[in-house]
Design a protein around this ligand. Structure first.
Ligand code: PEP
Ligand code: MG
Length: 577
């Protein structure tokens, strides 16, 4: 019988995928206090050593299967775990607990894990504190084997639908490299960075299916319907046929859209709209060029900082930025400074700085973290400035909330420029510096921000989260995440108007910009630059080419009048569909 489960589809491209389920083993199984008799000490030690051995061989084989063109930090992530498995603090210390305290292997390892976690918790250095997660990963894998599990081979993921409780952005990248066809998770919001990443990697994903890991069975056939947010397990032949046809129709639609790829995104009355791409890794340049973006409107640099214990050096960053700048061959790129925060931390550096906060989304995130830790920020500023010597680069600051903060950033940028000049290092002295408007305070004070900046970019993912007090990662309140809420639209309009008054460009780079449903309204509101996941470029271009600007402006006016009168956006579908 077919089982149908409803979740939240996160793919703008409305993709469908079909594949066998791969249930991802995650977390540490529950372990209880258990003691053994003396005659079992040797047996227990051997059991533990065997589990270490199985886990090590598994990780080594995983490491060997990483494709050569994968970011090097992903291999480093696995190397770190291999080193930990060999470390005395885990291996010998656990064996001592088995021998001296007569603990079972599982309990000894758990006690050791707790001891190590306490040590890491007390560390002042935020980088070192993040090692606690690595310990948990490693211990989790050994406990899984002790509980009788068999770690699966990485190659098994090809063409499969991964079903997990949750995925970190780092895991998402790794799995994409392994040829995963779709993701299904129990937790996470559609605006979490993992969801954004899956979307930009072009992988269909459904989130928020409660207990997905117990509902689906290992290896059973799943259909993932990104448009409906539905997963169908064990589909009948008729259902399968229906979905195969949809995959085929999607393919033809893409071919059709691709025929117009070289035409400008111009309305029927001649207004040019500039379509930019959001990228996470330099490897995304390929699809960006393929879909003829006018530029990269957002390079989320934090993905360079993930899965590693130390931040990338200035030279490493320079290499990544240059590879993007050179790959784009004269097309402008907007590099955003580090935005580590609550949902971009797992497996990354600086985790504890963000995660130990009482409310991490309102805590030491993005530019706040960078200003507090100049040793993190300055190398990045230097690398971005140096990359600007080789092509059109814009520098963008995330999560600004106050003018003093902005002035502090500008002073740091100026000092870094002075240093580079003194050292005779080339850079673009006129590099445009822009700010993201993603905090309501910044939108309300957009006129002041616009006076100090060369461009603005509206980050609706955070702007909506902070305006409506809806955690973008929490699927329980996701239904309240509403881009059409009047308060959100007023803030967007205010920002567009402020940029206009200051005579500087304004774009939008939140997910709203890549959602075809909103394209016409945004243009009617005055946006002329939209930045989106590269896979959305073709559809958006087609939509713009069928739209008439003066008509859209008229409809926008009607829509705003209605909004003001009723406080509701009920006319939206009638006016813009
Ligand atoms: C946003 O908040 O809209 C945005 C583009 O930034 P991020 O999603 O990386 O937080
Ligand atoms: Mg943001």
């Amino acid at each position: 019988m077919t089982l149908s489960c409803q979740g939240i589809g996160i793919n703008t491209s409305r993709e469908v995928a079909i594949g066998d389920a791969y249930l991802l083993q995650q977390g540490i199984p529950e372990v209880n206090h258990r003691e053994i008799t003396e005659d079992l000490i040797q047996v227990e030690i051997e059991r533990f050593e065997n589990a270490l051995h199985v886990t090590t061989s598994h990780l080594r084989s995983v490491r060997e299967q990483i494709p050569a063109d994968t970011a090097s930090d992903i291999s480093e992530f696995i190397d770190t775990h291999l080193l930990m498995l060999e470390d005395y603090a885990i291996s010998q210390a656990t064996i001592n607990l088995i021998r001296d305290n007569l603990y079972s292997a599982e309990w000894a390892l758990q006690v050791r894990r707790d001891e190590l976690a306490r040590v890491f918790d007390e560390m002042d250095d935020p980088y070192l504190r993040t090692r606690k997660d690595d310990v948990d990963h490693v211990v989790g894998q050994v406990q899984f084997v002790l509980a009788g599990g068999q770690p699966e081979q990485r190659g098994d993921l090809h063409g499969r639908v991964v079903v997990a409780r949750d995925l970190t952005p780092a895991e998402t990248i790794m799995m994409k490299n392994q040829g995963v066809t779709a993701f299904v998770t129990e937790f996470g919001g559609p605006l979490s960075h993992t969801a954004i990443l899956a979307r930009s990697l072009g992988i269909p994903a459904i989130i928020g299916i409660h207990q997905a890991t117990s509902l689906f069975r290992q290896g059973e056939l799943l259909v993932v319907d990104g448009a409906q947010g539905v997963v169908l397990a064990n589909p009948t032949m008729r259902i399968l046929e229906h979905y195969r046809q949809r995959i085929e129709a999607r393919r033809s639609r893409e071919e059709e859209l691709r025929r117009h790829v070289d035409l400008p995104a111009m309305t029927t009355d001649g207004e040019q709209i500039y379509l930019h791409a959001n990228i996470e890794l330099p490897e995304d340049i390929g699809i960006t060029l393929n879909n003829r973006a006018d530029g990269v409107g957002l390079f989320r640099t934090e993905f360079l900082y993930m899965n590693r214990s130390t931040p990338p050096t200035e030279e490493e960053q320079l290499e990544a930025y240059l590879s993007a700048v050179r790959g784009l061959n004269g097309i402008p790129i907007t590099i955003r400074t580090l935005d580590l925060g609550v949902d971009k931390t797992t497996g990354s550096i600086s985790e504890s700085g963000c995660m130990s906060a009482i409310n991490p989304a309102l805590g030491l995130r993005a530019i706040r973290l960078c200003l507090k830790e100049p040793e993190l920020f300055i190398p990045q500023l230097r690398a971005i400035l140096r990359a600007s010597a080789e092509g059109p680069v814009r520098l963008m600051i995330p999560m600004l909330s106050g003018i003093q903060e902005l002035k502090q950033v500008i002073r740091m940028i100026d000092r870094t420029k002075d240093e580079l000049s003194e050292q005779g290092v080339p850079f673009d002295s006129e590099i445009p510096v822009g700010g993201m408007i993603e905090v309501p305070a910044a939108a309300l004070a957009a006129d002041s921000f616009a006076r100090h900046l060369d461009f603005l970019s509206i980050g609706t993912n955070d702007l909506i989260q902070y305006t409506l007090a809806v955690d973008r990662m929490d699927e329980e309140v996701n239904f309240l995440f509403d881009p059409l809420h009047p308060a959100v639209l007023y803030l967007i309009q205010r920002t567009i108007n402020a940029a206009g008054r200051a005579g500087i460009p304004v774009s939008m780079c939140g997910e709203m910009a890549g959602e075809p449903r909103y394209t016409r309204l945004l243009i009617g509101m005055g946006l002329r630059e939209l930045s989106m996941q590269p896979s959305a470029l073709l559809e958006t271009r087609a939509l713009i080419r069928q739209s008439n600007l003066s008509e859209l402006q008229q409809r926008t006016k009607t829509f705003f009048n209605e909004l003001e009168e009723t406080g509701e956006s009920q006319l939206f579908d009638t006016l813009f569909d």
